[in-house]
Design a binder for this molecule. Structure first.
Ligand code: ADP
Ligand code: ASP
Ligand code: MG
Length: 403
């Protein structure tokens, strides 16, 4: 199984290049199934188009629109492969048997029916599946969320029991930080599923979060590598297969969230439940939460949520403020979250203190903190985010392999 991201199929020349790689793999005696993303920034362009005809594009129609992007690249790649003298067929997600729930824009795969893909492979064809999409039980076309072609690739790899799921992208693998933010970031040879899950959940978009969850659950071997060279990239592995565990594997950052503060909430039992239940019922995903110390029987509750959920959250927040007799609410979009991730953190106390000190030394204020056993995240002012990543990368000496 091979997956090629948007940059790798951005123009006809690159598509022809991918066709060559695919044909070379087939010539080496492998059955090849390929998943492709839409060309370059096409998904963003289609979203913009939708925004020009509608203030709130209808979710079903938006999915119909967006899936066209992957349909185009898959058909073009099939043509390019056929041009090289190999038999190929492109399939939409629906044709490839990817069945999802009904949640347009963030559908989950509920079943895989790979028979058509298997038959085509057995007939000696190279199969090219349009990424990022599926079909619901009621025959509506759905999309799997941004970056969802990674999820398609891992799911189809699991369904086909493929030897490996190769994710070809525009960087050499998974790095200690986004190489665009930290030019000295180092490529990791291996990273555990757990660490990759935390990295993806904390904003390292090199792999979509769902794809990592799926790979871990189904035991799919994933290899992230560059589509522009032959070098080995990063293997996602089980924790027991790691020879030497670094304390810190990487740093991720995320500027897609917003912070909401509910002001002057009465400090009594049951309030937190009454604040968060309506948000949960509205399908809004809350990330970090802090409740400030109370003064005069009232306290502030702050939390983060995706900026894209703010329009849906606002009416709910008005209701909540009245319900719990709060003094109002504010929100701030200009925030960023920086996260330090590493399985070795479990056995090394002091990592959190080092992180907070490094941020303090750089004059960066921490607004919210949250942790898991292998991650520490801090919310900082948006303007400080890139600098926070850079100074932490330096503080934990992640550029050099010997930590
Ligand atoms: P594709 O189009 O191939 O799916 P993406 O743009 O979704 O590629 O993901 C690759 C990008 O992820 C890289 O160009 C890089 O800027 C970014 N990235 C963020 N964090 C990391 C990281 N830790 N390691 C590698 N790349 C990262
Ligand atoms: N084209 C989709 C996106 O831009 C899916 C993907 O590239 O994985 O999010
Ligand atoms: Mg991607």
């Amino acid at each position: 199984m091979q997956k090629y991201g948007g940059t790798s199929v951005a123009d006809p020349e690159r598509i022809k290049n991918v066709a060559k790689r695919v044909v070379a793999t087939a010539a080496a005696g492998h059955q090849v199934c390929v998943v492709v993303s839409a060309m370059g920034a096409m998904t963003d362009q289609l979203l913009e188009l939708a925004g020009e005809v509608s203030t709130h594009p209808h979710p079903r129609e938006q999915d119909m629109l967006l899936t066209a992007g992957e349909r185009i690249s898959s058909a073009l790649l099939a043509m390019a492969v056929i041009e090289l003298g190999r038999d190929a067929v492109s399939l939409t997600g629906s044709q490839a048997g990817i069945v999802t729930d009904e949640r347009h824009g963030k559908a989950r795969i509920v079943e895989l029916r790979p028979q058509r893909v298997l038959d085509a492979l057995d007939a000696g064809r190279i199969v090219i599946v349009a990424g990022f999409q599926g079909v619901s039980g009621t025959s509506n076309i759905t999309t799997l969320g941004r970056g969802g072609s990674d999820t398609t690739a891992v799911a189809v790899a699991a369904g086909l029991e493929a030897d490996v799921c190769e994710i070809y992208t525009d960087v050499d693998g998974v790095f200690t930080a986004d190489p665009r933010v930290v030019p000295g970031a180092r490529k990791l040879d291996a990273v555990t599923y757990e660490e990759m899950l935390e990295l993806a959940a904390s904003g390292a978009k090199v792999l979509a979060l769902r794809s990592v969850e799926y790979a871990r659950t189904h035991g799919v071997a994933v290899h992230v590598r560059s589509s522009f060279g032959e070098a080995d990239g990063t293997w996602i592995v089980k924790e027991e297969d790691v020879l030497e565990q670094a304390i810190i594997s990487g740093i991720a950052s995320d500027s897609s969230e917003a912070k909401v503060t509910i002001l002057g909430v009465p400090d009594k039992p049951g309030i937190a439940g009454r604040v968060f239940r309506p948000l949960a019922d509205a399908g809004i995903h809350i990330d970090m939460i802090v409740q400030n110390v109370s003064a005069a029987g009232r306290s502030d509750i702050s939390f983060t949520l995706p900026q894209s959920d703010l329009p849906a959250a606002e009416p709910v927040l008005d209701v909540i403020a009245k319900l719990v007799d709060a003094q109002g609410h504010t929100y701030e979009s200009d925030i960023g979250k920086v996260s330090l991730i590493g399985a070795g953190m479990r056995s090394n106390p002091g990592v959190a203190a080092d992180m907070f000190e490094a941020l303090a030394d750089a004059g960066i204020n921490i607004e919210i903190i949250s942790t898991s056993s292998i991650r520490i995240s801090c919310v900082v002012h948006g303007a400080d985010l890139e600098r926070a990543v850079q100074i932490l990368h330096e503080r934990f000496e992640l550029s050099s392999a010997a930590q």
